[in-house]
Design a protein around this ligand. Structure first.
Ligand code: PEP
Ligand code: MG
Length: 543
């Protein structure tokens, strides 16, 4: 047996077969199929379905501006273009790949060929190719665009994983994630934590590990390669013990979040998408304190439209019933890039055009999201909050947009509700003007992941800084206290939604600072609730 030591990003025990994911290889490997005939049939069926859909849309477009039907007609033309279909078919037949992969690749090749040409008619053509490929993929079913990991549950190993890759994997078959690159605060780590998957990083993974058995011990940050039967049995006992501890915690699931002396402080859950809602309910969170909505924008050819977004947010609002559900508007840029936003290459993306700055530069995209959120607000207790705010002018600009959004929805006769608004405090500038920002909001939510990196001037994802990046730094803790006081002076509730909110060693400190809610990954709700319910704020203060 070989023992490799690394770092834990999320604890837990898992044993199983390793699947080594190599990014360059996966496309061919993961998309190769045994039965090309079946893929050809699926493609033909998707083509018929999309043609039918376009005919229907064309019929509905009668009486609407000519540009609407022109658009659908142009898409139909691409779909019926024999050279487009022939390219996809020949790829399926000659390379034995899935229909989804053939559509994606053909689209990319066509776009690559055309993109150097500036003529408006070519630009239009590229747009229609993107749109028709998207519709075809959707008609094939969602699983076609995912990274298929196979039938068997596996320990997923990779040099590194980016958020889009994780998003595209079927999480049900992932027992644990082990990577070389990574950091506790990277978005990839946060995502596996949200999915409740034990994860390690800083392990010297190698492709030859593929197919071998391993045990992941997420408590000690250790990977055991080729364990003996004896060792596997030993780990099974530890896994069972781990399970018993989890069951003990589950007794707190329906208990209220009240301190011993009777103060209610909510414990909310952070989620990446509505798919994570099952975990929110499983662990009995008081609500959703942060939905990272930008994941709805990743891994796509174009930004999601108002209606698509609305349906997701309505699902969130309805699923939560009367409970709070806070949607953070798209926090794109830096490590969360959507190609269609065309962010020029940046020397320092962490300091670049990201979060609210990017959203305000793309108002056409941003306004669709705001409309969707305000419409969905009608169906539950939704709130909206804005990432990476650093000035009151940004809030003024957002206010003006919200006013227009409400007017637009009223004109269209669509129901909406005036929902509460929050500002994320993630930059030192926002800390210093927290009171002014609070005057323009209903709540503040402290994003300590970014606040730490900007305060310490340390990239939260840089592996060589992993031992130096410290979100317990006294400067960060002082800032948290400053923001809570400033928010309360302005009559706002103040939450913490960065990863530090889950640190049970700091729960007492945060409660004594006066925080109103802590928002953590779903699996950390109950450990925080346990400490909260044992805390007596009337006893001698620690601060
Ligand atoms: C944060 O920065 O603390 C935060 C919650 O946002 P994200 O981790 O998505 O940047
Ligand atoms: Mg952030």
């Amino acid at each position: 047996m070989e023992i490799l030591k690394g770092k834990t990003s999320f604890p837990g025990i898992a044993a199983g077969k390793i699947l080594f994911y190599a990014r360059d290889e996966y496309e061919i490997r993961w998309h190769s199929v045994k039965d090309a005939r079946k893929e050809l049939d699926s493609f033909e069926k998707a083509k018929r379905d999309v043609a039918e859909l376009l005919e229907k849309l064309l019929a509905e477009a009668e009486g609407k501006p000519a540009s609407v039907s022109k658009n659908y007609r142009a898409q139909l033309q691409v779909l019926m273009d024999e050279s487009y279909s022939a390219a996809i078919r020949s790829m399926i037949e000659n390379q034995s790949v899935s229909a989804g992969y053939a559509i994606h690749t053909t689209r990319d090749e066509l776009i690559y060929t055309f993109q150097k040409l500036e003529a408006p008619v070519i630009r239009e053509r590229i747009r229609h190719i993107r749109e028709i490929s998207f519709k075809l993929i959707r008609a094939l079913g969602t699983s076609s665009s995912r990274i298929v990991l196979g039938e068997e549950p596996v320990i997923l190993m990779a040099d590194e994983l980016n958020p889009v890759e994780i998003l595209e994997m079927e999480k049900d078959n992932i027992l644990a994630v082990v990577t070389f690159h990574g950091s506790e605060i990277s978005h990839s780590s946060i995502m596996t934590r949200t999915m409740d998957i034990p994860s390690l990083f800083n392990i010297n993974v190698r492709p030859e590990f593929d197919g071998r058995m391993a045990v992941v011990d997420g408590y000690t940050g250790t990977l055991y390669l080729d364990p003996s039967d004896e060792q596997l049995k030993e780990y099974e006992l530890r896994r069972q013990e781990d399970q018993r501890e989890r069951e003990e915690l589950m007794k707190l699931k329906d208990k209220p979040d009240v301190t011993l002396d009777g103060k209610e402080v909510n414990v909310y859950a952070n989620i990446g998408s509505v798919d994570d809602l099952s975990n929110v309910d499983y662990y009995g969170a008081d609500g959703v304190g942060l939905m990272r909505s930008e994941f709805q924008y990743l891994g796509k050819d174009r930004s999601p439209r108002e209606n698509e977004l609305f349906l997701e947010y309505r699902r969130l609002a309805e699923a939560m019933g009367g409970r709070t559900a806070i949607v953070r508007t798209m926090d794109l840029g830096a490590d969360k890039k959507a190609d269609y936003m065309r962010i020029p290459a940046e020397t320092n993306p962490i300091m670049g055009n990201r979060g609210i700055r990017l959203a305000l530069d793309h108002k056409d995209v941003f306004v669709e999201q705001l409309r969707a959120i305000y419409r969905a607000g009608y169906y539950g207790n939704l709130s909206v909050m804005f990432p990476m705010i650093s000035s009151v002018e940004e809030m003024d600009e957002i206010d003006a947009m919200i006013q227009e959004v409400k007017e637009n929805l009223a004109e269209r006769g669509l129901p909406f509700r005036d929902i509460s608004r929050g500002v994320m405090i993630e930059t030192p500038a926002a800390v210093m003007i927290a009171e002014e920002l609070a005057a323009r909001a209903d709540f503040l939510s402290i994003g300590t992941n970014d606040l730490t990196q900007y305060t310490l001037a340390m990239d939260r994802q840089n592996p060589s800084l992993k031992d130096k990046y410290n979100d317990h730094h006294p400067a960060v803790l002082k800032m948290i206290k400053m923001v809570i006081d400033a928010g309360h002076r302005a009559g706002c509730r103040v939450f913490i939604c960065g990863e530090i909110a889950a640190e049970t060693s700091l729960t007492d400190t945060f409660l004594r600072m006066g925080v109103d809610a802590l928002s953590v990954v779903p699996a950390c709700v109950l450990p925080v609730r346990r400490i909260l319910r044992q805390t007596d704020l009337s006893s001698v203060t620690k601060m």
